[in-house]
Design a protein around this ligand. Structure first.
Ligand code: ADP
Length: 447
């Protein structure tokens, strides 16, 4: 009983009242509006980039398209055939060697052009003229559908001479150098837009794209009148997809009212300290580490494993986010099969069922907070859009594989939205490939 009380005391900061999530919604809305405002955008942390994607597919898109997917876990080249609701896809993963990830932009784009060349050769497309859509999931300021200037590299990439430049020009230059290819990049999108477009192809209500993977980000359809920095035409449809880059919420202290000592620790030891505060409380790159820090604190207080840890448990980054999913999949409390397997992998030898129960409790509190925080973001978008029915396209391994993330989000979003609004969370399949082809198809039709 006394142990129980001490454990609860340590875990308390992760249990947040409804009013706290209401406040997150308020802060999120405030940041959205700052990003959209002409006079406030320069200082805004949540950048709200217009993507120049104006409409969702209408299902009549057809033809053959190439797509590139860079910025996820793998680099891929894809060939997509669109024909009404039928979509055929062939893709190939190509490695980007470390020396290219950390080399020059010319090397990177020459490598990409090489991969496209090989892919086309293998698929007997040598002399075909093909439009291409590029899913490039790094923060970009877009100046048009096919003009995207990289703001800053993330996720382990650091190629000299690319930041600030238009990646479409860099790609086209490399394709020209390679010669013998008739490929034109018609659109650049990121993974959130890919997810949205891919789902919208079969569901006309789709209005939000959400990523819960290595990082977190969301995009949504906004009315042009709300986009004060919009600099292109005001013709129908009077809307544009906004890439929120919401992971940066809290970078100015706006979330300090709920930050825990564990969040501070994770941030301090990251390669981008002080940045992406909201993302670090939610996404797959950080969740396991938050859990590890809490488990270590409990252990050091003699509340877990009889005080005895392991080198693995003390190693930063060694508690993978997939462990959270595995531990939480133990519904039958009497056996704790997966939890024990994780403990064994971490070389923890001295554990009891009570230790299993506490570890499961820690995981469920940390993942619940993450799901609820993401829900606050989605609810804010739904309330802002004020459309009666909106489907949310979701992609990313955290959402895909965590046993309760979907249900937790549905429950919390329902609580946070205005009465009368309705929503659906749907898994997006291969948005980065299909979505890029769809945007290229729409661009090709309007050309
Ligand atoms: P990306 O976001 O890079 O395109 P993913 O969507 O696959 O790629 O996300 C990778 C992230 O998902 C990693 O941070 C990893 O920790 C996390 N992840 C992988 N498997 C699982 C799982 N079973 N449960 C929860 N998170 C997972």
């Amino acid at each position: 009983k006394e142990r129980q009380r001490l454990v609860e005391n340590i875990l308390k900061p992760f249990i947040l009242e409804d009013s706290v999530y209401d406040k997150v919604c308020d802060v999120m809305l405030d940041n959205f509006n700052k990003g959209l405002g002409k006079d406030t955008n320069a200082d805004a942390r949540v950048k709200m980039f217009p993507t120049y994607v104006r409409s969702v597919p209408n299902g009549t898109e057809e033809g053959n398209f190439l797509a590139l997917d860079l910025g996820g876990t793998n680099f891929r080249v894809l060939l997509i055939n669109l024909n009404g609701q039928e979509v055929d896809m062939e893709s190939k993963i190509y490695l980007i060697p470390q020396h290219i990830m950390l080399g020059t932009g010319v090397q990177l784009f020459d490598h990409i052009a090489d991969c496209i060349y090989k892919f086309m050769k293998e698929h007997k497309l040598e002399n075909k003229k093909l439009p291409l859509g590029f899913t490039f999931s790094f923060p970009c300021k877009q100046l048009g559908l096919a003009e995207a200037h990289l703001t800053t590299w993330t996720k382990g990439f650091k190629c000299e001479g690319v930041e600030g430049k238009d990646i479409v020009t860099l790609l086209h230059d490399a394709i020209k150098r390679k010669g013998d290819m008739h490929v034109e990049c018609l659109a650049v999108i990121n993974d959130t837009v890919g997810a949205l477009m891919s789902c919208a192809h079969s569901d006309r209500q789709c209005g939000i794209g959400l990523i819960l993977g290595t990082g977190t980000n969301a995009c949504y359809i906004e009315r042009l009148e709300n986009v004060e920095l919009w600099d292109a035409d005001y013709e129908e449809p009077k809307q544009v997809i906004i890439n929120t880059e919401w992971g940066a919420l809290g970078d100015n202290g706006d979330l300090d009212f709920l930050i825990t000592e564990y969040d501070k620790h994770v941030d301090k030891h990251s390669i981008n300290a002080g940045k992406q505060i909201y993302e670090k409380m939610i996404s797959g790159m950080y969740m396991g580490e938050i859990v590890r820090l809490v488990l270590e604190k409990l252990r050091k207080n003699g509340l877990l494993f009889n005080g005895k840890g392991s080198e693995e448990l003390s190693t930063r980054g060694r508690f993978y986010t997939k462990y959270v999913s595995e531990i939480e999949s133990d519904v039958d409390e009497s056996d704790f099969k997966s939890t024990k397997q994780v403990f064994d992998e971490l070389n923890l030898t001295d554990y009891t069922d009570q230790d299993c129960r506490i570890a499961l409790h820690v995981c469920s509190l940390v993942s619940k907070r993450a799901a609820y925080l993401a829900s606050a973001g989605i609810a804010t978008l739904l309330n802002k859009m004020e459309r009666k029915d909106v489907s949310v396209a979701v992609d990313g391994s955290l959402y895909r594989f965590h046993p309760h993330f979907h249900d937790l989000m549905v429950e919390k979003i329902q609580k946070l939205i205005k009465p009368g609004l309705r929503f659906k969370l749907m898994l997006s399949h291969d948005g980065s490939g299909k979505g890029a082809a769809l945007v290229a198809a729409v661009a090709n039709r309007l050309k």
